[in-house]
Design a binder for this molecule. Structure first.
Ligand code: SF4
Ligand code: MG
Length: 316
């Protein structure tokens, strides 16, 4: 199967924020990330707060400039495309539909934005497409006339999904698509995303701190830790037999609802991973129960297995 999206050696380094003269080291938020997602499949990217998964999404979406690396969609170099061309290939769905929808615009005008921004669609064509996509995501024409504040959280996320799909992109990047929603609504949105993918032939990158979300929707999973993908496997195999000690620790735990508010007790101790201060050797070694002497001095190299699987650990 051909790769619809291919990310090669992507790296993003921010200058140090401390402002201290002796702090010459920058923050490496994304460190040499490589993967491809075959057409029509779903790669879930999972990891704790601060692991670089949202930065990865923003790099691919062109919202941040990478320090190095490339991304291709259907063989086209994404970073060479202008904003309009990129929007036709790849679209985002973000965590908080309330923050991402303009409160002063009607839902149907918000959903129409990617079309109007292209400057090539007639008014009639825009209306036809907006009506079609609203129906597809389960919103009525009457809801299209309303303002975001008049809709529920789930309806707003449906509107955000409609806006992402109205241009008929190939790839959708969802960053924590259900984290801001009530638990009762989360499954509906995930099922909607799955149904749309099947019916429209989409490819997804789904980013979440929530293992259950990733397991529910992904065909393959990449586990991220401090900027690097440390394990990748087909979803069922990864959950059945996690190989990296970090993946194993994540699975033995249930992460708290939203990152950034203290370290959940996941048997990983209370060392918060700090992208500004990446440990020498294996970056996971201060929290790893299986660490051996070599882990403190030598970084493990990625070991590729069958069919795109990968693990980065001395003991694997
Ligand atoms: Fe743990 Fe060592 Fe493997 Fe890193 S390389 S995950 S420290 S065992
Ligand atoms: Mg995030």
């Amino acid at each position: 199967m051909s790769a619809t999206i291919e990310v090669r050696n992507l790296r993003c380094e921010f200058p140090s924020r401390s402002g201290l003269l002796w702090a010459t080291k920058g923050v490496i938020a994304v460190d040499d990330v490589t993967f491809s997602v075959p057409a029509g499949s779903v790669l879930g990217v999972v990891g704790e707060s601060g692991c670089g998964k949202s930065t990865l999404a923003r790099l691919i979406l062109g919202l941040l400039k990478p320090t190095a690396g490339t991304a291709l969609v259907d063989g086209k170099y994404l970073f060479d495309l202008d904003r309009k061309a990129r929007a036709r290939l790849i679209q985002p769905v973000f965590q908080d539909p309330f923050a991402s929808l303009n409160p002063r615009q009607r839902i149907k005008d918000i959903v129409a934005l990617p079309l109007t921004a292209q400057g090539t669609f007639s008014r009639a064509e825009i209306e036809r497409r907006v009506a079609g996509i609203l129906e597809r995501v389960g919103l009525s024409a009457a809801m299209g006339e309303q303002m975001p504040s008049q809709l529920s959280g789930g309806q707003r996320q449906r509107a955000a999904i409609a806006r992402a799909l109205v241009l008929e992109p190939r790839i959708v990047i969802c960053d924590e698509p259900t984290s801001a929603l009530d638990v009762s609504v989360q499954a509906q949105i995930l099922n909607l995303l799955a149904e749309l993918r099947r019916n429209l032939g989409l490819t997804y990158l789904i980013i979440s701190h929530n293992l259950a979300v990733v397991e529910h929707v992904s065909s393959e999973v990449a586990v991220m830790y401090l900027g690097r993908i440390v394990e990748r496997n087909e979803t069922e195999a990864l959950f059945r037999a996690p190989r990296h000690p970090y993946t194993q620790a994540l699975m033995q735990s249930v992460l708290t609802p939203e990152p950034g508010r203290g370290v959940p007790d996941i048997g990983l101790g209370d060392v918060m991973p700090d992208p500004a201060n990446i440990p020498a050797g294996c970056r996971f070694n201060p929290r790893c129960r299986m660490a051996v002497e070599r882990c403190r001095t030598a970084a493990p190299v990625p070991m590729a297995g069958a069919a795109g699987t990968m693990v980065e650990c001395h003991l694997a």
